[in-house]
Design a protein around this ligand. Structure first.
Ligand code: SAJ
Length: 397
């Protein structure tokens, strides 16, 4: 039976490891988070977890995080650390090493490859390096690791063929070969930069419409009646998660090294990072309209995670909103059914506050009644404002 080692069993690696097992692979895996190790040992006793022979498998897939640091510069610590571990186990048996983590163009060639070849073995002869960027969308009920089409780039044709063979065996989706490993790196950054700018466009248009006392939700729904040529995003309290607020900064940074300042991308990221503050400004103006001040009021927060029906708080704009509202002297009552760690109140306590801010539109919130809440800030434009007697403000409405 073929064997694979998946390095990193997070939201990318674990589904891939399970898929490989389903497709008949002997699965080895490396994971350094003790909580994950404990859970996976129970859930998947068939996985050879942190096994000494893990990096001796014919295919190694690296699925570790590539965050940005406080200066929004790409942090390759995890990827380079794993590359060093892999290098220690390389030989001339023609092993395939695939990087799935999101990286800038030229990272595979300029950062990962030298570490692997420090083993003394040569890529394209003793082992092969390819890049197949992950496209997992956490919480998506339709698209998953097995049916999402993928792109692949490699250092050479043999490496590309090896990677195509692996993914065509494992996936029930199309696999699109590219002319270089850099092309594959760029595809992922392009995808997420496009989404980030699309969201930024929706956010900026919402602010314009709010000032014009138009209703962004009405306008957006009307724009959607045009059946072609649009890929609509919605305004919100900001952009969270591990991809969209992060990946474009990779490209901004790399583009400067190639002599071009991507002002459009940078501006788009600035618009998105402006939204938490803008959302808080809606609260203060709504409280004024209601003759109240934020200071000393009870402000309810519904939703802490970065997106609907997901419990992940990484880069969540709600955290920034909460920090700012707390800084204004409000007494915060926070409830997110998927983030108990950051909740300090029941949903009933939240709904009895002087103001309620809906920051993440989790499905369970759809049955809540806001009609008697004095001030409602609907940061996801999901509420029917005609049913709210108090002061209502959405993002752009
Ligand atoms: N957001 C908006 N308005 C929108 C869409 C999203 O404000 O119209 C906000 C969300 O609330 C969230 C952030 O942007 O805070 C990111 O949302 P997302 O839907 O992009 O969710 P992610 O971060 O899980 O993005 C993933 C990405 N997948 C990968 O990078 C592999 C992204 O490429 C996918 O397009 C996205 O899932 C998806 O399609 O849902």
């Amino acid at each position: 039976m073929p064997s694979v080692c998946v390095v990193g069993l997070g939201y990318v690696g674990f589904p891939l490891a399970e898929l490989c097992a389903r497709k008949g692979y002997i699965v080895y895996a490396l994971e350094n988070d003790p909580l994950k190790v404990q859970r996976i040992q129970n859930e998947r006793p068939d996985f050879h977890l942190n096994h000494p022979d893990a990096l001796k498998t014919e295919t190694i897939v690296i699925c570790v995080p590539t965050p940005v640091d406080e200066k929004k510069l790409p942090d390759l610590t995890f990827v380079e650390g794993v590359a060093r571990e892999v290098a220690e186990h390389l030989d001339d048996s023609g092993r395939l090493v695939v990087l799935e983590s999101t990286v800038n163009p030229f990272v595979s060639r300029n950062a990962v490859l030298p570490i692997l070849e420090s083993s003394g073995y040569t890529e394209g002869k003793d082992f092969f390096l390819a890049h197949c960027p992950e496209r997992i969308d956490p919480g998506n009920p339709v698209w998953n690791v097995s049916n999402i089409p993928r792109v692949i780039g490699a250092m050479n044709q043999i490496g590309l063929e090896k990677a195509l063979a692996f993914y065509r065996h494992v996936l029930d989706a199309g696999v699109h070969p590219l002319s270089s490993i850099e092309a594959a790196e760029m595809v992922k950054i392009y995808e997420n930069s496009l989404r980030a700018t699309n969201i930024a466009f929706a956010n900026e248009m919402a602010i314009i419409m709010q000032n014009m006392k138009l209703d962004a939700k009405e306008i957006i729904e009307a724009v959607k009646t045009k059946p072609f040529g649009l890929n609509m995003c919605s305004p919100g309290p900001g952009v969270g998660g591990h991809c969209i607020p992060v990946d474009p900064f990779y490209l901004i940074n790399e583009s400067q090294k190639f002599g071009f300042e991507p002002s459009f991308l940078r501006t788009a990221m600035r618009v998105n990072s402006y939204m938490p503050g803008y959302t808080v400004s809606l609260l203060t103006s709504a409280m004024n309209e209601a003759g109240k001040s934020v200071k000393g009021s009870k402000v309810g927060i519904l939703g802490v995670s970065y997106k609907k029906d997901v419990g992940d708080i990484r880069e969540s704009p709600a955290l920034e909103v909460i920090r700012r509202v707390k800084g204004l002297g409000a007494d915060l009552k926070i409830y997110d059914p998927l983030v108990p760690s950051h909740s300090n109140a029941s949903v009933d306590e939240v709904m009895r506050c002087d103001a309620v801010m809906l920051l993440t539109d989790h499905t369970p919130f759809h049955i809540l009644v806001f009609s008697d809440v004095p001030v409602v800030i609907d940061a996801r434009n999901v509420l029917d404002r005609t049913k709210i007697k108090g002061v209502y403000k959405g993002i752009g409405r």
